[in-house]
Design a protein around this ligand. Structure first.
Ligand code: FAD
Ligand code: NA
Length: 381
C-alpha cells in the first residue's frame, strides 16, 4: 500500500482524521464510493438558480464544544444564521419547538409561564411517565393529550410509518416544551452556516499535499487497489462505512430509516417565508418542506423571481437505500454488540462516524469524536 493511512469515507469523520494525519506528516489516501466528497453534508449550487442545495437534507451547524469550534474555524467562517422552525397544523402556522407562543396560540389564551406550566401538568396527569406502555401514553404523560395529538402524534407516525400505539415508549425520553417565547431551535453556544457553503469548507479540509482523495471507489470492490482484502493488515485503516456491511452482514442487518426528497424550482421569489416548515398532520404525506434560499438571506446573488423547495418523506430503509437514522430495535442493539466483538479482532482497523458506529451523530459530534480518535488512538500508534 502506497500510503501510511487509508480512510474509507470522506464525510466529516473521515476528513477530520485525514486532515489531522496529513498535518502530522502521514501520507493519507481517502476513498469514497460516491462521486463527491463530504458525505451527507455535501451541498451544491443548483445550476438554474445558483441557490445552495443540501443534497442529503438540510444541515445546520451548531456546537458548544470549544475544541470543535476552534477546529472548524480553520476551514471556514460562519454566518450569523439562527435556526427556527414553524409548523402548519390544521391550516394554522405555529412556532416550534412547542413554546409559550405555540401554547397561547393553540389555546387562544394569554397564559403566563406559570399558568401554562400548570395547565400542561394537569393535562399530562392522564398518564404517568414511568408506567407508559407505548409512545402514545408516554407522549400524553409528557405534554398532555391536546398538544401531543396536535404536534407529536401524526408527525411521529409519519416519521416512523408506524401507528404510535405500536411504537415503544423508549423512542422518546422527553418532548420539548418551553415556557418562554424563545423559539431558537438549538441551545448551543455557537451556531451558523458556512459562509461559502459546505462544499467549500469540506474541500479546504481535503486540500493538503499529503491527502489523495479517490472518488467512485468502493472499499468492497476487489478490482480496485484500496479494497478490504488487499488493505487489511497492510496499512492502518479508518473505516466510516456501515459496520454490518464490513462484516458481510454476518450478524444480521442493522435497521435504518431513510428519507426521500422531492426538489422543485418554483417561478416565485418566496414560497414559505422561512427555511423549514413542518407538516405534522396525517392528510399531508411529507413531514416538512425546506426552502433553501432562506438559509442564506445575506446572499445577494440569489434570484428574486425563483426559489427551490424540497419536500421530505420518511420511511424504513431497505438495502440499497441511504441509511440516515438508526432505528435501534432490541435486535439492532444485540447485533451491534456482536459486531463490536468482531471489530476487536480486526488488526489496525478503526471504526468511526455514524455508519461505522451505528449512531446518529451531528456534524460537531462526528468531528469531535474524530479529533478524539486521532488524539487518543491514532497519533499514539
Ligand atoms: P457520512 O457523512 O455519512 O460519510 C460517510 C461516507 O462514507 C459517505 O460519503 C459514504 O459514501 C462513504 N462510504 C460508505 N461506504 C463506503 C464504501 N464501502 N467505500 C467507500 N466509501 C464508503 N448534522 C448536524 O450537525 N446538523 C444537521 O442539521 C444535520 N442534519 C442532518 C440531516 C440528515 C437527513 C442526516 C442524515 C444527517 C444530518 N446531520 C446533521 C448529520 C451529519 O450528516 C453527520 O454528522 C455527518 O454526515 C457525519 O459524518 P460521517 O463522516 O460520520 O458520515
Ligand atoms: Na437537519
Amino acid at each position: 500500500m502506497n500510503c501510511d493511512l487509508l480512510v474509507v469515507g470522506s464525510g466529516f469523520f473521515g476528513l477530520t482524521i485525514a486532515e489531522r494525519a496529513a498535518d502530522s506528516g502521514l501520507k493519507v489516501v481517502v476513498i469514497d464510493r460516491r462521486p463527491h466528497i463530504g458525505g451527507n453534508a455535501y451541498s451544491e449550487a443548483d445550476p438554474e438558480t445558483g441557490i445552495e442545495v443540501h443534497q442529503y437534507g438540510a444541515h445546520l451547524f451548531h456546537t458548544s464544544n470549544p475544541a470543535v469550534w476552534e477546529y472548524v474555524n480553520r476551514f471556514t467562517t460562519f454566518t450569523n444564521y439562527v435556526h427556527k422552525v414553524y409548523t402548519t397544523h390544521n391550516g394554522v402556522v405555529y412556532p416550534m419547538p412547542v413554546n409559550l407562543g405555540t401554547i397561547n396560540q393553540f389555546f387562544q389564551a394569554a397564559y403566563s409561564p406559570g399558568e401554562a406550566r400548570e395547565l400542561i401538568a394537569e393535562q399530562a396527569g392522564e398518564f404517568n411517565v414511568k408506567d407508559a406502555k407505548n409512545f402514545v401514553e408516554k407522549g400524553i404523560a409528557l405534554v398532555g393529550r391536546p398538544l401531543y395529538e396536535a404536534f407529536f402524534r401524526d408527525y411521529t407516525a409519519k416519521q416512523w410509518q408506524t401507528d404510535p400505539e405500536d411504537l415503544s415508549a423508549s423512542i422518546v425520553s422527553r418532548l420539548p416544551v418551553r415556557y418562554t417565547y424563545d423559539n431558537r431551535y438549538f441551545n448551543d453556544k455557537w451556531e451558523g452556516l458556512p459562509t461559502d457553503g459546505y462544499t467549500a469548507w469540506i474541500e479546504r479540509m481535503a486540500d493538503h499535499p499529503n491527502i489523495d482523495v479517490q472518488l467512485n471507489v468502493d472499499f468492497f470492490d476487489e478490482s480496485q487497489p484500496f479494497n478490504k482484502k488487499a488493505a487489511v493488515g497492510q496499512v492502518p485503516i479508518v473505516y466510516t462505512g456501515p459496520v454490518d456491511r464490513y462484516f458481510d452482514y454476518s450478524e444480521g442487518e442493522l435497521s435504518w430509516r431513510t428519507l426521500d426528497f422531492e426538489k422543485e424550482v418554483l417561478p416565485i421569489g418566496d414560497f414559505q417565508g422561512t427555511p423549514v416548515m413542518n407538516y405534522p398532520d396525517m392528510d399531508v404525506p411529507f413531514t416538512r418542506i425546506h426552502e433553501f434560499r432562506h438559509f442564506h438571506p445575506e446572499r445577494e446573488s440569489y434570484p428574486d423571481d425563483k426559489t427551490i423547495i424540497m419536500r421530505e418523506f420518511s420511511r424504513f430503509a431497505e438495502r440499497g437505500d441511504e441509511p440516515y437514522y438508526p432505528v435501534n430495535t432490541t435486535a439492532d442493539r444485540d447485533g451491534l454488540l456482536k459486531y463490536r466483538e468482531l471489530q476487536a479482532d480486526e488488526k489496525d482497523v478503526y471504526f468511526g462516524g455514524r455508519l461505522g458506529t451505528y449512531q446518529y451523530l451531528d456534524m460537531h459530534m462526528a468531528i469531535g469524536s474524530a479529533l478524539s480518535m486521532w488524539n487518543n488512538k491514532l497519533d499514539r500508534r
